[in-house]
Design a protein. Structure first.
Length: 427
């Protein structure tokens, strides 16, 4: 029926539809001769215009297992198990393609698309034709978290200890010595309803970038309703611009393993049942020290919100979470609807913590601008530091005057407009 998960009306090889096929009327040019019964052979011609296609009911390609030669997905795809793009191979996904995923492969493993080190993904959508990764679940079940795996890209850029095994996938390592390596491009890519739990403390992030180099393009991408983290960068140097993370179950943006990339224009909505807007880690004083540079970001929490993540190792009720000796730069931020703590920092190392931006290019400092806006409940604690941390203590505690942003902003709110109004302190 119309609310079924999906369809493919083409006959399979060996079907009776290919036997005893009737001839079409003789001397009538209207009819074309066919070698099959029914409306379809291999050409799913309704995919170009049908309501079924627009409502994600059709999948003309089934994907499962290894991709060992250059491949293009130009029509909708249904992932039935984990898909691994092998080293030396490029997977191209055309604008407008929807990749639907089953909940598991029948043995408890969540389908996911995994780009292995040395492979490339060329997923370049457009504003009018984005590329969407989503679940096969019926519309009545959505939105929901944890309905499939996620998108994992692994590369050969530097990480702690040289190499590591990626979260959510066992038996595959990432990391190397090439900070400028390219793993391809993700542009206008949306990853929704993923993050399936495949074991204790083992979940898949929405978009995982593990040891990815700065030659990779990531822009205009969104993760929504992921059970675990939204965007997670394990080491590497990849830069992200124009990213959106909505109502994920754990941390919206997570960096660790010595990540030294740049992020500009990030929009995060946490909701009542999310965790942190960011969780940024290092390894105290190991090298390379994590050094994310985050500018021009808006974080919207929920005035009644407290961490409810099923996957986090940190349930501190803070909107921004900095720990384990991370360095970095944080400027031009709006953090609003904060219920408890704006920024919580602990497990500090020898990194310098300062509100004055150093002129040197060393990664061994953490600069958090005192001009950042942190606003929320009355009596809010802007910062909370443990006894090993010092140096961060101020921000602007004023209403940023966002155009339409209720204090209890959540996925079921009537609507939003996160832009600052004229006269806002944001200017």
């Amino acid at each position: 029926d119309f609310d079924s998960a999906g369809f493919d009306p083409r006959p399979m090889s060996g079907s009776i539809a290919y036997s005893n096929v009737d001839s079409t009327p003789v001397d009538d040019p209207f009819f074309e001769s066919t070698s099959y019964k029914g409306a379809f052979d291999t050409d799913l011609w309704i995919e170009d215009f049908s309501w079924l296609a627009d409502n994600l009911k059709l999948a003309s390609i089934t994907a499962c297992g290894d991709i060992t030669s250059d491949t293009t997905w130009s029509t909708s795809v249904r992932m039935t198990c984990q898909v691994f793009v092998q080293s030396g191979v490029t997977l191209t996904i055309s604008p407008g393609v929807t990749v639907l995923s089953e909940a598991d492969d029948g043995s408890g493993l969540a389908p996911a698309l995994v780009i292995l080190p040395g492979a490339m993904i060329n997923a370049v959508g457009t504003a009018s034709s984005p590329i969407t990764f989503t679940s096969v679940a019926e519309a009545s079940e959505l939105p929901a978290r944890g309905l499939w795996g996620g998108l994992i890209v692994m590369g050969n850029a530097p990480v702690y200890d040289g190499t590591d095994e990626v979260e959510g996938i066992t038996g595959f390592t990432y990391g190397g010595t090439d900070p400028t390596e390219s793993s391809g491009a993700l542009q206008y890519v949306r990853v929704w309803y993923g993050g399936s739990v495949i074991g204790a403390n083992n979940e898949i992030n929405g978009i995982t970038l593990a040891g990815i180099g700065s030659g990779t393009t990531v822009s205009n991408c969104e993760v929504a309703f992921n059970l675990d983290d939204g965007f997670e960068m394990f080491g590497g140097t990849v830069n992200l611009k124009w990213i959106s993370a909505l109502f994920v179950g754990d941390d919206s943006i997570d960096t660790d393993q010595g990540y030294q990339g740049k992020i500009q224009y990030a929009y995060v909505m946490i909701g009542a049942t999310g965790n942190h807007g960011v969780e940024m880690d290092s390894k105290i004083d190991d090298t390379p020290r994590s050094f994310p540079q985050l500018y021009s970001a808006t974080f919207v929490h929920h005035l009644d919100g407290s961490p409810e993540s099923v996957s986090s190792d940190d349930q501190i009720a803070a909107t921004l979470r900095l720990r384990e000796g991370t360095g970095g730069e944080f400027g031009n931020l709006i953090v609003t609807n904060v219920a408890n703590i704006g920024v919580f920092q602990n497990d500090c190392g020898t990194e310098s913590r300062t509100h004055v931006l150093p002129t040197a290019g060393s990664p061994d400092y953490l600069w958090f601008s005192s001009q950042n806006i942190i606003y929320g409940a009355s009596g809010i604690t802007l910062y909370s530091l443990d006894s090993s941390c010092a140096g961060l203590s101020s921000a602007i505690n004023m209403d940023p005057m966002l155009t339409l942003m209720p204090g209890e902003a959540d996925f079921d709110s009537a609507g939003f407009d996160p832009r600052p109004m004229s006269g806002s302190i944001a200017y």
